[in-house]
Design a protein around this ligand. Structure first.
Ligand code: COI
Length: 362
């Protein structure tokens, strides 16, 4: 792989972040870009000032959606280090998404080292307050101008950086979720497990209608029988029952979340009975009626761990843990964020310190 070209703009103003960062409104000064062509493969990596993208109106991804993305985060730790959470897992998942929609795979080791360079250049943009971080959005799209329905032959990869706070306006306060039975997000063997814009496009109307009714997001049911629960708009879901913690089993239509994987690993280490299995919405309602639900929470990079305080399915309104964050959700949130902010040692190798030497990948 080639050397990265650096086109760095001198910073003429001091970075001033607003007190309430929100999510996805502010962008740093530079991006990493790379091109793909059949002849050269991935080439021309450059770190350059953020600017608008000029593109031909026939650029393929605009018409047929051949695009994928990731979402990961960098943190400033309490010791002043800059760390990235599970970058290898995120770039490996980007490759899994790439395969599914005929996008050429990237070199994971190269990408991690290039990301370290980019984050280092933009390190002054990383917020120091706990609960805030630098959201990293790598994405790839088919870039040739052509109106035939084919995989593109050239691609662009960009990594964009955005200082962020809490994803939900509720912060860590429990959110209200509507179980969606009017629309489906994806079906097995479709694109559900691929991190592609199509899945988010499929979710927009349902999310919008739920918000108009006062909910934060929707819980999707499976796309065929509409009986099994799958995932929440931007998170995976966990149901904390008295005798087990259930994570809907990855079945092809659920996004294999990296935070989901982190939660499952922690629960196993804590000797808790975490079970990945199919679970119907009827079972959730029965367990609610018998008082067996201790908590429900979601996990995701943007949301971290988010308690669900209210769950509504048709005309049944379930109040979970009196609308308060569940104990397990709090414990997981504290554990994961303590590792991310360097308060607790990382004995899982989840954290990459950007000042460490070049990364090796297994
Ligand atoms: C993430 O958690 O990184 C996501 O991808 C959710 C995003 C669509 C806001």
């Amino acid at each position: 792989m080639e050397q990265i070209e650096y086109r760095i703009k001198e910073r003429t103003r001091k970075i001033q972040l607003p007190t309430n960062l929100g999510f996805g409104n502010i962008f740093t000064d530079h991006v990493l870009e790379m091109d793909y062509s059949k002849e050269k493969g991935w080439n021309n990596p450059v770190i350059k000032p953020l600017e608008n993208i000029a593109m031909h109106p026939a650029t393929m991804f605009i018409h047929y959606g051949q695009a994928i993305f990731e979402g990961l985060k960098a943190y400033k730790t309490v010791n002043g280090d800059v760390v990235i959470f599970r970058p290898e897992d995120h770039f490996k998942r980007l490759n899994i998404s790439a395969k599914r929609i005929c996008i050429p795979e990237i070199d994971v080791k190269f990408m991690i080292n290039a990301l370290k360079e980019l984050v280092n250049i933009e390190r002054d943009w990383i917020p120091e307050t706990q609960g805030e971080s630098l959201y990293i959005r790598p994405f790839i799209y088919g870039s040739d101008p052509f109106l035939g329905v084919n995989p593109a032959s050239s691609y662009k990869l960009i990594i964009l950086l955005s200082p962020v706070g809490a994803y939900y306006p509720e912060g860590f306060r429990p959110i209200k979720i509507l179980v969606q039975d009017e629309y489906v997000r994806s079906v097995r063997k479709g694109l559900g497990e691929c991190k592609t814009p199509a899945n988010y496009a499929a979710s927009l109307l349902a999310g919008h209608e739920a918000m108009q009714k006062g909910f934060t997001q929707v819980l999707w049911l499976d796309g065929v029988t509409q009986r099994y629960i799958e995932e929440v708009g931007t998170m995976n879901i966990f149901i904390n029952l008295k005798d087990e913690i259930v994570a809907p089993k990855l079945n092809g239509s659920i996004l294999p979340g990296i935070t989901r994987k982190t939660v499952i690993q922690l629960l196993k280490e804590w000797n808790m009975n975490i079970v990945e299995r199919d679970i119907t919405i009827n079972e959730v309602m029965e367990k609610y009626d018998s008082g067996d639900i201790l908590g429900i929470f979601g996990s995701g990079t943007a949301a971290v761990i988010s308690s669900i305080g209210w769950l509504t399915y048709k005309d049944k309104n379930m109040v979970i843990n009196k609308g308060e964050p569940g104990k397990l959700a709090i414990k997981l949130f504290d554990k994961i964020t303590s590792i991310q902010y360097g308060i607790q040692a990382d004995d899982h190798d989840w954290i990459l310190n950007i000042d460490n030497k070049e990364v090796e990948v297994n």
